[in-house]
Ligand binder design. Structure first.
Ligand SMILES: Nc1nc2c([nH]c(=O)n2[C@H]2C[C@H](O)[C@@H](COP(=O)(O)OP(=O)(O)OP(=O)(O)O)O2)c(=O)[nH]1
Length: 136
């Protein structure tokens, strides 16, 4: 099982950052949450902080985890481990993606995502639907 972390980077408008994998790469042209493979002996949260620094030039603050997704693209099982996070410092400079887009719960469906991201998007959208003014 290959462990992969990914970050749902949130902004103040309730959007998350979608990143497009470049052509020629496995799943090229599809959208994903930035991240990558966890190194041996590495903690998942530390892996996410390292990957987002490498891929986007930002430091993130991790807020919480969502439910991991186990998937098989025919190259062996991966476990995709998602985290909600925010940019703590740095400006976005994509080093490994050919497009970036901030999407909300409605507009994210216009993009074609890597298949394993489907359940993560669904969970993120379901979480956002929980009213934060319950009882008031
Ligand atoms: N980072 C990231 N990877 C994802 C997502 N969804 C998804 O299916 N993946 C898959 C794509 C790859 O098969 C695997 C790891 O991605 P990666 O970005 O670290 O690795 P890579 O492209 O260098 O992979 P590879 O070509 O060396 O196999 O996880 C996602 O939202 N973010």
């Amino acid at each position: 099982m290959i462990e992969v972390v990914c970050g749902l980077i949130r902004d103040d408008a309730g959007r998350v950052l979608a990143c497009r994998r470049p052509p020629g790469k496995h799943l090229g042209g599809l959208w994903e949450f930035p991240g990558g493979k966890v190194e041996p002996e590495e903690d998942a949260a530390a892996a996410l902080i390292r990957e987002l620094q490498e891929e986007l030039g930002i430091t993130v603050a991790i807020e919480s985890g969502l439910t991991p997704v186990v998937w098989d693209y025919g190259r062996g099982l991966i476990r995709l481990i998602p985290f909600l996070c925010r940019i703590a410092s740095g400006d976005l400079h994509p080093h490994e993606h050919d497009a970036l887009e901030w999407v909300d719960a409605a507009s994210c469906h216009r993009l074609e995502w890597a298949a394993a991201d489907g359940p993560i998007l669904a969970e993120w959208i379901a979480t956002k639907r929980v009213p934060d003014d319950q009882g008031s």
